[in-house]
Design a protein around this ligand. Structure first.
Ligand SMILES: [Fe+2]
Ligand SMILES: [Fe+2]
Length: 162
């Protein structure tokens, strides 16, 4: 976590990083439950993870990414991260199909592990790449615009995949 660079001091980025911390906390719970075969508890925590992840991705794509795309040198990186979001959505959708299959329980567990691994890698890129770049690129007016976007979109959380 890049606490040293000052990301934690700027409200919108601090909020996104706090959400990453919560997502990592939940992935830890899910993995622990899967390791001991407690699928119902893993499912409950996975549902909770989706409730955090949905609005988090919405803020990144609706507010932060468009601002960073204005800076030509970050545009390609933002595109990669958006594609990773789409991949996560697809993989979460596939979990519903997996659960309905004859060997659904194992396919669901394997699918969840893949989603968590992809999410770990994605958050690492944002924590150590995108967020420090945002700090270097954006200014006070941009942070204000992010806050306004957040307040305008602070509807009840939509879980990812719904
Ligand atoms: Fe993201
Ligand atoms: Fe993120």
């Amino acid at each position: 976590m890049c606490d040293h660079c000052g990301c934690r001091d700027l409200t919108p980025i601090a909020r996104l990083m706090d959400e990453h911390d919560r997502l990592r906390e939940l992935t830890g719970h899910i993995r622990s439950h899967l390791a001991v075969g407690d699928d119902p508890a893993a499912r409950a925590h996975f549902e909770e993870l989706l409730v955090v992840l949905g609005p988090h991705v919405a803020e990144e794509e609706g507010s932060l990414f468009p601002m960073l795309r204005r800076s030509g040198e970050l545009a390609d990186h933002v595109t990669v991260l958006e594609e990773e979001h789409a991949g996560l959505y697809d993989d979460v959708d596939d979990l519903d199909d997996a659960a309905a299959a004859a060997d659904g329980a194992q396919r669901w567990r394997d699918g969840v592990q893949r989603v968590l691994e992809d999410l770990d890698r994605h958050m690492f890129k944002e924590d150590f790449g995108l967020f420090p770049a945002a700090l270097a690129t954006l200014d006070g007016a941009d942070w204000d615009a992010m806050e306004e976007w957040k307040q305008a979109h602070d509807a009840p959380a939509e879980p990812l995949g719904t």
